[in-house]
Design a protein around this ligand. Structure first.
Ligand code: TMP
Length: 224
């Protein structure tokens, strides 16, 4: 995005389970608020009333056990189609900073690479659902899958029900990790890979520095 542009700034966060996305998003929102910004935070699947129903269906509904990969792909895409038009594009048009907890790289990787739906099919559905707007920058928090699983177990409350994706075997998450790293290689200008095993504060600083590098004007007020 050019610095003079008035089309907002779109940031997405990606990574496998337990990678620390939520923590980093929290840190970033705090820094942006301290600098006088009021970013819009959305999550996928979800982020709109329709999307939150789809999220329930995908993750926790007792009826989702027999969901096919094709239905799963279309549900993620439906949630995104709603989110983009109802929330993301209007906020960007109003020159806001938008932070999305996952965006279309998740579909490319989880449904494409890990569920093995052909890449061309996923790409064409992604294009239909999300339109042409892509994040200005995507932070990929890369973490060893065993470590990610250990973190999930550590923070889980004994009464927590694991969601449908969290029931997948380690091999699925190995595929997710490699899929993300391949996406980063395919889009080196957009996707910034961060080592999620590093201390939280260090990762948060790297994220702020990357944003300043990408737009001095917009992010000049954030403290490094
Ligand atoms: P999260 O909200 O805890 O990140 O969980 C979302 C889950 O849904 C996670 O396992 C990744 C998965 N997912 C997909 O498989 N495809 C998608 O397009 C998106 C957005 C998420």
């Amino acid at each position: 995005m050019s610095e003079a542009s008035q089309t907002g700034f779109f940031i997405s966060f990606e990574g496998s389970e337990g990678c620390g996305k939520s923590t980093q998003i929290r840190h970033l929102i705090e820094s942006l608020r301290d600098a006088g910004h009021e970013p819009l935070l959305v999550r996928e699947p979800g982020g709109t009333p329709i999307g939150e129903h789809i999220r329930h269906l995908l993750q926790h509904s007792p009826d989702n056990g027999a969901m096919t990969p094709e239905a799963e792909l279309l549900l993620f895409a439906a949630s995104r189609a709603q989110l983009v038009r109802e929330k993301i594009l209007p906020a960007l048009a109003a020159a806001r900073i938008v932070i999305s907890d996952r965006f279309l790289d998740s579909t490319t990787v989880y449904q494409g690479v890990a569920r093995k739906i052909p890449a061309a099919t996923v790409e064409s559905i992604n294009r239909f659902a999300a339109g042409s707007r892509r994040p200005d920058v995507t932070f990929l928090l890369d973490l060893d899958c065993t470590e990610g699983f250990a973190r999930l177990r550590e923070r889980a409350h004994p009464d927590d029900k694991r969601d449908r994706m969290e029931e997948e075997p380690l091999a699925f998450y190995e595929a997710v990790r490699h899929g993300y790293l391949a996406a980063a290689q395919a889009h080196p200008d957009r996707i910034r890979v961060l080592d999620a095993a590093k201390p939280q504060a260090e990762i948060a600083r790297a994220i702020r520095a990357e944003l300043q590098k990408r737009s001095h004007v917009l992010f000049q007020g954030i403290r490094l």
